[in-house]
Write a protein that binds this ligand. Structure first.
Ligand code: C2E
Ligand code: CA
Ligand code: CA
Ligand code: CA
Length: 281
């Protein structure tokens, strides 16, 4: 049966209202999330393309909302950014990640420190006046050496109007010994020359290029490797799901690899049971 135009409008309005209600519910529940044990961190290995050893683990946030069950960070992080809650949540992530990483054991092979921990950081957090001090305090309280912390920032930092503020914060972080990686590289509209202007240590190529795997995407990765090398930066690729992808990326000169092929995000990081290579569909 054909629906009238009016019926469709009512339906569309209802759907919008439902989305609005969900959004408000989630925002309300997020207000207490850092205090009510509904947030947890999982950790995914980032391995050396040469040795296969974990160089770092990325902390990824998980939220089990009391009323609505598990909510993806893809949904709730943007909400938290809009509402300003991202700063409190980000602070929780930072302190938790540092504390957990401080308990990771050293590599059994002599002379290697435990893996680093990489923490996703929103531009909103970075623009706080005292972000670098917040990071130093989190490190100090956890007893974690600054060299073992990576701050991941997205390409959006390149386009922030208050560039002096961003640069000052990144510089302060680098001077404390913390690494700074640019995440999701290639998805924004920033120019490659930005890589030279910012005090970065590595570039993380967005997983969409790895997953697509077509000639154009490989060309983007190859170009990124060439430029990054010139500027003394390492290159990391994420979204590596197969041995073939891993081999191709290593051949292109990518330094570190992350993805389901090497391990899924899991509680405990290196303390979890050794990752079984995931080959089931
Ligand atoms: P991201 O930083 O780009 O994180 C990588 C995402 O790719 C993660 O999704 C991870 O689980 C997923 N992934 C890892 N390996 C593979 C693979 O082989 N194939 C595919 N298809 N995907 C893979 P997740 O955990 O759902 O996180 C999504 C996004 O949420 C993150 O993207 C990040 O932007 C944001 N996020 C997560 N935790 C935090 C946090 O603590 N703070 C902030 N600001 N953002 C966070
Ligand atoms: Ca990331
Ligand atoms: Ca990413
Ligand atoms: Ca992302």
């Amino acid at each position: 049966a054909k629906r009238s135009g009016r019926g469709r409008t009512v339906e569309a309005t209802l759907t919008l209202q439902m989305l609005h209600t969900r959004r408000n519910c989630l925002m309300e529940a997020l207000r207490t999330a850092t205090r009510d044990d509904s947030l947890t961190l999982v950790f995914q290995p980032i391995v050396s393309a040469r040795s296969g050893r974990p160089e770092a683990y990325e902390a990824l946030l998980r939220w089990r909302c009391a009323g609505m069950g598990p909510i993806s960070p893809v949904e709730f992080i943007p909400l938290a950014e809009d509402s300003g809650q991202i700063c409190a949540i980000g602070h929780w992530v930072l302190t938790q990640a540092c504390q957990q990483a401080s308990r990771w054991p050293a590599d059994p092979d002599a002379g290697r420190p435990p893996p680093k921990v990489a923490v996703n950081t929103s531009l909103k957090q970075l623009l706080q006046a005292d972000f670098a001090a917040e990071v130093r305090q989190a490190l100090q309280q956890a007893g974690l050496p600054p060299q073992r912390l990576v701050i991941e920032v997205t390409e959006s930092v390149f386009n922030e109007g208050d560039i002096d503020r961003v640069l000052a914060t990144l510089l302060a972080l680098r001077q404390s010994g913390v690494e700074v990686h640019v995440d999701d590289f290639g998805t924004g509209y920033s120019s490659l020359s930005r890589l030279r202007e910012f005090p970065l240590t590595a570039v993380k190529v967005d997983k969409s290029f790895v997953l697509a795997g077509d000639e154009r995407s490989l060309a983007v990765i190859e170009g990124t490797v060439l430029i990054a090398r010139r500027f003394g930066l390492r290159v990391i690729a994420e979204g590596v799901e197969t041995a073939e992808q891993a081999a191709a990326l290593a051949a292109l000169g990518v330094d570190e690899l992350q993805g389901y092929h090497f391990g899924r995000p899991a509680p405990g990081g290196p303390l979890a049971a050794p990752a079984v290579s995931v080959s089931a569909p």
